[in-house]
Design a protein around this ligand. Structure first.
Ligand SMILES: [Zn+2]
Ligand SMILES: [Zn+2]
Length: 213
């Protein structure tokens, strides 16, 4: 098995989690033995989020999607944003806020769960009244946390340990854009994402009757 960052290996990771006896847990209650908190911070692409959400639903997986209201890459209030949230919910996932500190305005689009965008040590683990902070002490410790940030698993791809049931419980942070768009490195993957985005932008211009001749 090669630990490539593509949807095929993502599926293998989820299957390994099932084989290891893990169950997909929701933020809000304390971690129990066998819990797997599957978290997606959506920094870049709603399209990638919806693609990943559909694959997970096919496998019976419930994840938590944390979406931004202050992203420079997408607009959650646009028709695209509204339909992305609706689709992710329809597929059975939780939706929380990927927040820019200190703004944690949770309107009715969101479940009471927050992850910080670009967290800094001064505030990362602070408790937020009435809200589950995914970086709070009860959910976040190095032994029970894995992240794919920048297309690099800092402590290794977790598939083998999941299959072996080696973690008591685990929070995994997976960024859908890294897996959905092709590329051996983060740079290549980002270029592929931007190319796909350009196609989408041209379609939007045409839809708005912009003359592209
Ligand atoms: Zn792997
Ligand atoms: Zn972020």
């Amino acid at each position: 098995m090669t630990c490539s960052f593509d949807m095929e290996h993502y599926r293998e990771i989820l299957e390994a989690a099932y084989a290891g006896g893990y169950r997909f847990a929701q933020f809000g209650s304390d971690p129990q033995d066998g819990d797997l908190f599957l978290r997606h911070d959506i920094d870049l692409s709603l399209e990638a989020a919806v693609t990943m959400a559909a694959l997970e639903a096919e496998l019976g997986v419930r994840a938590t999607y944390l979406l931004m209201t202050e992203s420079v890459f997408y607009n959650l209030a646009s028709p695209e944003g509204v339909s992305a949230i609706a689709r992710i919910r329809e597929l059975g996932h939780a939706v929380g806020l990927h927040a820019v500190h200190p703004n944690v305005t949770l309107d009715k689009r969101f479940d009471p769960v927050v992850s910080w965008h670009n967290p800094r040590p001064e505030f990362t683990s602070d408790e937020i009244p009435g809200v589950a902070n995914t970086y709070g002490e009860r959910y976040f410790s190095p032994e029970t946390y894995r992240s794919d940030s920048n297309q690099r698993w800092r402590s290794g791809c977790p598939h083998e340990e999941l299959r072996a049931g080696a973690f008591p419980w685990l929070q995994i942070l997976v960024h859908p854009a890294i897996w959905v768009y092709p590329g051996e490195t983060m740079g290549q993957t980002m270029r592929a994402m931007l190319e796909a985005d350009q196609t989408r932008r041209f379609a939007q211009l045409a839809e708005d009757d912009v003359d592209l001749d």
